[in-house]
Design a protein around this ligand. Structure first.
Ligand code: C5P
Length: 234
């Protein structure tokens, strides 16, 4: 299922804009549908992207009580997503319920991969300590949450490129480390704090990278995508 390493974040305000953007990709890619696009376009956007031959990572960062999450995940599996995610901070009962919901919603087919979001790449150590009252570094927190996610049956974690090694240490070689917060060496950081290049993420152990604006806002998105894939293959 993991044949390409770059997941393109389709953070567009409408389904039509996302589908228009995707038209230039004539080969199958991993497309990420996040909250902005999903809330604007609705669940049909998943099957519309799948109909173009692409894989869909439905990045809704689910976080609620276990019973609600189980039902939500049942629905997300029914939409045909290939990968979904939740917030690890929802706790172990929530993560286990999510896996049950995904299995039920898949109706005998392989369930979607499920990732746990550890610490958002827009948060740095200062925000963790001073705003969220989490008195450990992002690295320690990510490794702890990845271990919990692995115990609960998740398939991998989302983390910054700087913590990809911690995720692999916690979960083992088959446990996916998926890293957003990617910028090419020549890009601006935007609102992301813990950013790095695709090559750095790969060297830290990332299995897949999530790239949004560095591809979607590039003068030549296809070339930017090819550059990300090239750095991930080296
Ligand atoms: O444009 P940019 O490359 O910064 O987009 C990153 C994407 O990855 C966004 O869609 C954002 O929601 C997502 N993401 C993130 N940090 C996480 C999980 C997902 O930035 N921890």
């Amino acid at each position: 299922m993991i044949d390409t390493r770059t997941i393109v974040a389709l953070d567009f305000p409408s389904g039509q804009k996302a589908l228009d953007f995707l038209k230039q990709f004539t080969h199958p890619i991993w497309a990420k549908v996040g909250m902005e696009l999903f809330y604007a376009a609705g669940p049909d956007i998943v099957s519309q992207i799948k109909a173009l031959g692409h894989r869909v990572f439905l990045d809704l960062k689910v976080n609620d009580i276990p019973n609600t999450v189980k039902g939500a995940m049942r629905d997300l599996a029914g939409y045909g997503a290939d990968m979904v995610d939740l917030m690890c901070l929802g706790g172990s009962a929530m993560m286990r319920a999510a896996i049950e919901g995904l299995a039920e919603g898949s109706k005998g087919k392989a369930r979607p991969l499920c990732l746990g979001v550890t610490v958002l790449t827009s948060l740095d150590e200062k925000a963790l300590r001073e705003e969220l009252n989490i008195g450990v570094s992002p690295l320690v927190e990510v490794e702890h949450l990845a271990r919990l996610a692995k115990d609960c049956g998740l398939d991998g974690c989302v983390c910054s490129p700087y913590e990809a090694g911690a995720v692999k240490r916690a979960g083992g070689s088959d446990f996916l480390a998926v890293t957003p917060g990617i910028r090419f060496a020549t890009d601006a950081k935007g609102d992301q704090k813990r950013v790095a290049t695709p090559g750095f993420a790969k060297a830290q152990g990332a299995d897949m990278i999530v790239v949004g604006r560095s591809i979607t806002s590039a003068a030549d998105p296809l070339a930017a995508y090819a550059e990300a894939e090239r750095e991930m293959e080296e």
